[in-house]
Design a protein around this ligand. Structure first.
Ligand code: SF4
Length: 60
């Protein structure tokens, strides 16, 4: 299982709220672009998936 970012679902017009809940600091964002998952850091806890209101972060 890995976290996947569906860019098309991310409106890319705000600071990604999922970054604040990630316990491993595995999410990064340049400006308001869709976040990027550092798969080396990510532990697949799924917290970000629950926080994203657009469903742009999924487990795949
Ligand atoms: S699954 Fe957990 S560790 Fe991985 S990016 Fe999401 S919140 Fe961070």
């Amino acid at each position: 299982m890995a976290i996947t970012v569906i860019q098309a679902r991310c409106p890319q017009n705000h600071h990604c709220p999922a970054m604040a809940v990630c316990p491993k600091d595995a999410l990064s964002q340049v400006g308001y672009r869709a976040p990027v998952v550092d798969t080396e850091k990510c532990i697949d806890c799924g917290k970000c998936v629950k926080v994203c209101p657009m469903g742009a972060l999924i487990t795949a």
